[in-house]
Design a protein around this ligand. Sequence first.
Ligand SMILES: Cc1cc2nc3c(=O)[nH]c(=O)nc-3n(C[C@H](O)[C@H](O)[C@H](O)COP(=O)(O)O)c2cc1C
Length: 381
Amino acid sequence: MADLSTVFTGIRFDNPFLLASAPPTESDANIMRAFDAGWGGVVCKTIGLHPVTNVKGPKTKFLRADNGQTRLSMNRRPDTTLMASWNWELISDKPLDWWIGKLAKIKKAYPNKVLVASIMAGSGNDKELHNWQLLTKAMQDEGCDAVELNFSCPHMDRVDMGSNVGKDKVLCSVVTQAVKEVARIPVWVKLTPATANIVVEAEACFRGGADAVSSTNTFPSLPLIDPETLEFEMNVEGQVSPGGLGGPAILPLSLAKMAQLTKAFPDKEFSGIGGISTFDHALSYFLLGCGTAQVCTAAMLDHAVGPNVIRELLAGMTAFLEKNASRGWKSLADFRGLRRERIVPHSQIKRPDQAGYHGGYEEEHEGYAKPEAPLASTERR
Ligand SMILES: Cc1cc2nc3c(=O)[nH]c(=O)nc-3n(C[C@H](O)[C@H](O)[C@H](O)COP(=O)(O)O)c2cc1C
C-alpha cells in the first residue's frame, strides 16, 4: 500500500490534501463532511473579530467556456468547461463566538485530521496586533493544529486588512512576529499574489518567524461585461469592484509564484494553492517543493466539500507512487522539489548554434506565420 502520509510544519497528515479557507470550510458541518470524505486537513474559513456583511446577491460565480467555442461567460448553460471562479466574498460572517466550541468539538471528533484556523485582524496599531494574538490564543485553546494568517484576501472592506497587509513587508513581519509571541502551534502565512515580488513579503514573514507560507489566494480581477446587456456579469445595481479569480485559469500563475518562493527558500515549507482539481495539478506544486496542497474552486463545484475531488487526489497519488516504486519512491518526501532547479533565468535557456537557427520554425509551431524566407543572421536581434 502506498504511504500518502506526510509531515508538514511538524504536523502529521494522513494525506497532503487540504480544503483551502473558503466556503467548503465555512461551517462545522462542512468540515466534518470533508473529513469523512477523506481530506487530510482543512483550513477553516477566515475568522475575524469584526463582523462583516457580504454584498447583496451571489458572492461567487463561475466563468465557463463553450466547448470548442470562444464564448466565455458566467451565465449557466450546458456544454461548457470551467475556466475560473470569481468571488468577492469577505471573511466568515459568523462571529468568533460562533466558532468557539465548534472547532474544539471537530478536533475531538477527528483527532487524526488536521484542523488549521485561518484568522484575520487589522494592522497598523497595537490594538490590532493584540487582536491577532487574541485570535491565535482562541484557536489554539480550541485545539487547532496550526493557524494560517490571512494576509491575502483581495477585497476586504477595510484598508488595514487582507492583501493590504500582504502588500506591505513591514506589516507582514510585524504581524507574524506578534502572532509568534503567543503561538504554541505552527504559524502559516497566506500571501497575496498581487505584489511585484512575492519573495520580499515571504522573506519578511519568515523573518517574523513564520513556519510556512501558503500561496496563492485569488488574483485581482473583474467579471466580463455581457455584450447584450452591457452590464458586468456580476454586479449589484450595476456596480462592481475588483474580486478574486480562482480555479483552472490561475494554475500556471500560482505555480509561477510558488516557483519564486521555493527557489528563494529551498529549506522552508510551502503549501500550494491555486487551480488544483486533480493529482496531476497538485503534482506540479509538489515537484516545485510544496509539502501540502490546498483546493477551493474544484471542491465548491463538487457537493460543496469535494468528495469526488479528494477521491481522485488520493487515487492519483496512490497510482503515481505505485508507478514510480521502481525509482524507490515511497512517499511525497521522495519526489518533493525534484523539478525546482529546472527553473532558471531566460538567459540560461540554451540557444541553437547559428547554423541550426531557424527561429523556432523547425516544425509548424502553433501561433506563428510561416516565414517567407529564413532571416539572414544580420537581421536577428
Ligand atoms: C468564494 C471564495 C471565498 C474565499 N474565502 C477565503 C477566505 O475566507 N480566506 C482565505 O484565505 N482564502 C479565501 N479564498 C481563497 C481560496 O482559499 C483559494 O486561495 C483560492 O480560491 C485559490 O484556490 P482555487 O484555485 O483552488 O480556488 C476564497 C475563495 C473563494 C472562491
